[in-house]
Each structure stands twice: as C-alpha cells, then as structure tokens.
Ligand binder design. Structure first.
Ligand SMILES: [Zn+2]
Ligand SMILES: [Zn+2]
Length: 248
C-alpha cells in the first residue's frame, strides 16, 4: 500500500480546483451543477485520502516501527471510570488487534454500558477492572451499580468468598446509596479461616434478616492472603430515605 503523509493530503479547495480545471466547460446555465458536483467529489476524495494517510509523527502503539494510520485508530476506555474514549493509534488492523485483545491489556466489551474497556489498569497496579456477573464480564462501574442496587451475591458468600470491591476512601458510594457500616465489622481484619468465617456468617445473617449487604475492601495484601474489609448493609424493603440503623 502506498504510504502518504497526512500533510500531503491535498485540501478540498485544491482538489476542487483541479476537478473543475479538468471538466469540460459546462453548457451555459449548468455551471452551478458542475460546481456543486465537483465540490462534493473533492470532499469525498479528500476524506478518503485523509482516512488512509499516516498520522504525522505518530508511531504504531504496538510495533513502534511503522507510522500509525488514521484508518487504524481505535477508540477505547482505559478504565471504567473514564468519561471519554481515548484514541489508540496503530499501523495496521493486525497490530491493533494484538494490542487490544491479547495480554496484558485484553480489552473487553461491557454489555450493560456498551463500552470497550481495558481488563486491567496498568496505571493502578494492574488492578482488574471487571467482575463476573452471572457468567458475564462486566466493568467495575457497572458491577458497582449492580451491587449497590442489589447487594453482593449470596452464592459467592456461601461458596466461601468475600465478594467486595474497592470503593473510594471512606466508602462514600455505598453510604450515599443508603448502606450503613456494621458495628464491629468496619475495617475488619481477615487473615485466618476463622476470621473469614466470622465475617461471612455475619453477612449471611444480615441477608437472612432482610438486609442487602455490600463489602468494601479497605486494604488488601498482595495475593489476597490477608486484608481489611468493611461490611455495610441496608434493609432490602426500604427506600433510601427511610433507612433505619441495623443492629450490630
Ligand atoms: Zn504496527
Ligand atoms: Zn460497564
């Protein structure tokens, strides 16, 4: 494929002039038709060339050797919390696919929000940015919304897991959604099986009493061998404005 530079793409005006120069002289009265056709054509040619042009001064994100091409720019979200998509520039479809869909980034499609998101956040300790929700990968933002609305999944607790997530410092997200911290289970240290069991059975107890439960990860040791977790709950049958304190 011929490689053209973005700056080499002729302007619409230049193309328009060239097209007009080449067209036969129109019959008197048809000038405007010829002109508007030439302009439309010039615009199409310009867009076509620009789309195939190299991006000036930008190398392919993956191979770093060939210049990136406009037509191979992909728009994705690096984290679920990003408001705007960011462009990733590549030289070819092949480079784009390897970068986006193979390790370590492995972008995935989150169905609930309809966005293509990086599975891990390289700027935040490679934190995993998705969760399994009924067998589907969903992004952390969607998962958080789901958890705040429904509480954590009982099956995960029963299976011996402590299904939580990192909220902002002080757990404002669940607190704003009407959840309250449970006395004795804030910043609860879990290292032994007994401690994990005590935490899980408290969560299951609360569920039995009709509470929705969320779990905030406060601090986690690398590898997850120990950590501090906070249990929050709210009555499942209450609206947010009529929350009553849960008994500890
Ligand atoms: Zn490349
Ligand atoms: Zn999502």
């Amino acid at each position: 494929m011929i490689s053209i530079d973005e700056t080499d793409v002729p302007s619409v005006e230049a193309l328009y002039k060239r097209l007009l120069d080449r067209s036969p002289l129109p019959l008197p009265g048809f000038e405007s038709i010829v002109e508007s056709k030439a302009l439309a054509r010039a615009t199409r040619i310009h867009d076509y060339l620009l789309d195939r042009a190299d991006l000036v001064g930008v190398d392919c994100y993956l191979c770093g050797e060939k210049p990136a091409r406009k037509s191979e720019t992909r728009w994705v979200y690096e984290t679920p919390w990003q408001e705007e998509e960011v462009p990733k520039h590549f030289c070819s479809e092949e480079c784009a696919d390897i970068y986006l869909y193979e390790e370590p980034f492995a972008y995935f499609w989150c169905d609930p929000c309809g966005r293509e998101i990086c599975q891990q956040n390289p700027r935040n300790g490679w934190q995993v940015q998705y969760r399994d929700l009924d067998g589907e990968l969903v992004c952390l933002r969607c998962y958080e919304g789901h958890i705040l609305e429904n509480g954590v999944e009982r099956e995960k607790l029963e299976a011996g897991q402590i299904p939580g997530m990192f909220f902002s410092y002080g757990n404002p997200e669940p607190l704003d959604a009407g959840y309250e911290e449970i006395d004795g289970f804030s910043n609860f240290f879990v290292r032994t099986a007994d401690q994990a069991e005590a935490f899980r059975s408290k969560a299951l107890d609360l569920m039995d009493q009709g509470y929705r439960v969320v779990i905030g990860y406060e601090r986690m040791a690398i590898g997850g061998l120990e950590g501090y977790v906070t249990l929050l709950a709210k009555r499942a049958d209450l609206q947010e404005e009529e929350v009553i304190p849960c008994e500890a």
